[in-house]
Design a protein around this ligand. Structure first.
Ligand SMILES: [Zn+2]
Length: 415
């Protein structure tokens, strides 16, 4: 039958023969019998070496890539071997692993589609279950993690993202070298212990070679970075600095709006939240109008806003010395403004002055925009995957999309 020829052309295994194919129309099923080639010896699944036959187990079914709406199944009775060093073991077959009921080719096929679509959509498209898609991706990711090369990593970024419904976080570590950006590690929770596990995985020789670490201002992280990467320049993530200033503005605006309302003033601060938070060039026409109107008033919010906008000049410096001078002046100005939340920001910036200036010492090679972009991709992955109920599934999905992991190679590409 032609189907056998087709299989031999795309999925041939020395030592085994596709014997017969049957079409079961009512069940929309194609069954293919597989048998060992005469004279070929079974491989011990424990040591991977050929061994003498022992007995044969009942027939097993291995699902292969479906064609034209037909499920395709390989039928094969596994042999057991009497292996001298390992004892009686089930043989290892080239198309499947362990107790998986899907062929490797089918798992790789599903996993590749699961990167383009959600797991649910993949399951629907190929009339299989979410669990089977999950196990396929799991296998491909685990294979990738064991076979990936960490190589020389010169820059990493660490960040956390919210996970699940509560206040749970994942710690994510990315490689952010100019030539390669990828997810290196996912940690459950945002703790010192979980971040330390990344360095344990990496090993000291590789950690020693890291030159730049991009992070936020969370103290335990900073300590751990200094401890594990003695040769690295720790750079504060620009995104997080901007976010902390924005948080202060938000506070100033909210409390001022409340006070004005209590005192019976005209509510000029209403609907101005985004007008003062966003950069001016990102404003919509309406927001621009509100901002223009707002700037006429002598309000704390306006002064805080002007200070924030002024701070963006900081990132434009090329020399760390001049950037430092600007930072000091800016901080003095804010302290004089008497705006409490902004003064708090100054405290933070002053405490991290050296780390902030490292951004210029690294010649701006690593914009934290990279980390932010990867984080966004992570969030999209997690949102798309409404089937992830466990940390394990989430972890696998993120690695699958962002890890740039190597994949098992097949002689034939099925998709
Ligand atoms: Zn063995």
């Amino acid at each position: 039958m032609q189907l056998i020829r087709l299989l031999n052309a795309c999925y041939r295994h020395p030592g085994f023969v596709y014997e017969e194919a049957r079409l079961l129309e009512a069940e929309k099923l194609i069954e293919i019998d597989v048998r060992p080639r005469r004279g070929s010896r079974a491989i011990c699944s424990s040591c991977g070496k050929p061994a003498a036959g022992y007995d044969t187990l009942p027939q097993r079914r291995f699902e292969f890539i479906p064609v034209w709406g037909f499920t395709v199944v390989l039928l094969y009775a596994m042999r057991r071997v009497g292996c001298r060093p390992c004892g009686v073991k089930v043989e290892q077959v080239p198309w499947a692993i362990g107790k998986h009921t899907l062929c490797k080719a089918y798992m790789l096929f599903l996993a590749q589609w699961a990167r383009r679509m959600s797991w649910q959509e993949t399951a629907q498209a190929f009339r299989t279950s979410w669990e089977k898609v999950f196990h396929s991706v799991e296998w491909v990711v685990e294979w990738g993690l064991t076979h990936r090369e960490l190589g020389s990593i010169s820059a990493i970024g660490v960040d956390e993202i919210q996970y699940g419904r509560g206040h749970e976080y994942l710690t994510l570590v990315y490689q952010i070298d100019a030539g390669i950006t990828r997810l290196l590690w996912v940690g459950k929770e945002r703790t010192i212990a979980s971040f330390q596990r990344f360095f344990d995985m990496l090993g000291q020789p590789l950690a020693d070679r890291i030159e730049f670490v991009c992070s936020d201002m969370w103290k335990p992280y900073l300590k751990l970075i200094a401890l594990n990467c003695p040769n690295a320049l720790n750079i504060l993530d620009r995104f997080h600095v901007v976010a902390s200033i924005n948080k202060a503005i938000d506070e100033v605006r909210a409390s001022e709006a409340r006070r004005m309302e209590q005192d019976g003033y005209e509510p000029v601060l209403k609907k101005t939240r985004w007008s003062v938070l966003k950069r001016r060039h990102n404003l919509t026409g309406k927001q621009r109008g509100r901002l223009k109107e707002l700037l006429k008033y002598n309000l704390k919010t306006v002064r805080a806003y002007l200070l924030k906008e002024d701070f963006h000049r900081f990132w434009e410096y090329t020399s760390a010395t001049w950037a430092g001078k600007f930072l000091d002046q800016w901080c003095t100005q804010v302290m004089r403004s008497q705006i409490e939340p902004m003064k708090k920001v100054v405290g933070t910036l002053r405490r991290h002055r050296e780390l902030l200036l490292n951004y210029f010492r690294a010649r701006k090679q690593f914009s934290s925009g990279v980390v932010e972009g990867l984080n966004n991709k992570c969030k999209v992955t997690m949102r798309k995957a409404y089937g992830f109920r466990t940390f394990k599934a989430t972890e696998i999905a993120i690695y699958h999309v962002l890890g740039k992991l190597p994949e098992p190679k097949l002689a034939h590409r099925f998709c």
